[in-house]
Design a protein around this ligand. Structure first.
Ligand code: G3H
Ligand code: 13P
Ligand code: ZN
Length: 314
């Protein structure tokens, strides 16, 4: 079985009220940790690669790792997606590299410019059988290549713009800003998400798949481990799992998670470094990190409702 697009995944997720987990990969251990989880849970999978991941690991290496995951698991639909492509050129490069889905994130440009850039990517990608995600509204937080806004609630997606945006660009899915941020510091006080915005968009675009970025939950056990073993993440706060579960039942068909993977790996490496300071075999700290990723992703898949849904998405 070859890499798939998100078409069938989103169709089934929308119809049956669940969401597909889109997990960022940067190296072999992270990829293996995620893939082990979807195999155990029989869930469809979106593996996403940022520009930073391409630069860090080299695309040829990431591609080879993902090819093995696809070849060894023919019963699992796997999509390879570009996360936050910020130019036509990077999106084109990824289409040419064999990605089955790309994101053009021109959300920090004007509405008109966002439409023009997104449409240009759609024209190229669709001609090559690749689907496209775009973004309308702006998220907060820190990303390597796209700077987030300070006040997320002031930059939510405007439901009155979505129909024009989707019609003029022809995108296959749309990332919406509903109060989330990238990274581990999403809320200062109470977590608050604008599900009313999702519902309004859903009324205007029935059946159209939406995407939720910045969806890590910043699990307490990993935050505590990191802090216990010398890390500094005292006020980290994520999206509660109950909100992720609620989102998955709405039109939000793709839920992006990166920070939680980083935290799981970091927590376990810190634990080994602190409890076994004589250890210097990388396998002895990377293996527990990889296992923690698997356990965390398995839990996410159940929260998203996509556990057991691999077969219907093939
Ligand atoms: O949304 C951003 C992802 O967490 C990827 O982050 O650009 O540092 O790889 P990155
Ligand atoms: P988190 O930082 O919440 O994991 O979000 C990741 C993301 O949206 C990647 O596009
Ligand atoms: Zn994102």
């Amino acid at each position: 079985m070859a890499l798939v697009t998100t078409k069938k995944m989103f169709e089934m997720a929308y119809k049956n009220g669940y969401a597909i987990g889109a997990f960022n990969v940067n190296n072999m251990e992270i990829t293996q940790g995620i893939v082990d989880a979807v195999v155990e849970e029989q869930a469809p999978l979106i593996l996403q690669i940022s520009k930073g991941a391409r630069d860090y690991a080299k695309m040829s290496y990431l591609r080879a790792i993902i090819d093995v995951a696809v070849a060894e698991n023919p019963d699992i639909p796997i999509c390879m997606h570009l996360d936050h492509g910020d130019t036509f050129e990077i999106c084109k490069q990824c289409v040419d590299d064999g990605f089955t889905s790309v994101m053009i994130d021109a959300s920090h440009h004007s509405f008109e410019e966002n439409i023009a850039m997104s449409k240009k990517v759609v024209d190229y990608a669709h001609a090559h059988g690749v689907v496209v995600e775009a973004e309308l509204g702006q998220l907060g937080g820190i990303e390597e290549h796209v700077k987030g806004v300070e006040d997320v609630m002031a930059h939510l997606t405007d439901p009155d713009q979505v129909v024009e945006f989707v019609e003029k660009t022809g995108v296959d899915s749309l990332a919406v800003a509903i109060g989330t941020s990238h990274g581990a510091y999403k809320f200062k006080k109470e977590p608050k998400l604008a599900f009313d915005v999702v519902q309004k968009i859903q009324e205007k675009l029935p059946g159209f798949p939406l995407v939720m970025h910045g969806s890590s939950s910043v699990p307490k056990e990993f935050k505590d481990l990191i802090n216990q073993y010398g890390g500094q993440m005292p006020d980290a706060m994520g999206v509660p799992e109950s909100a992720i579960s609620e989102a998955s039942k709405l039109a939000l068909c793709k839920v992006n998670i990166d920070t939680d993977l980083r935290m799981a790996l970091t927590a376990k490496i810190r634990e080994v470094f602190c409890t076994k300071p004589a250890e210097f075999d990388p396998r002895k700290y990377l293996a527990p990190g990889r296992k923690a990723i698997t356990e965390m992703v398995k839990r996410k898949l159940r929260v998203l409702g996509c556990a057991g849904k691999a077969a219907e998405c093939l």
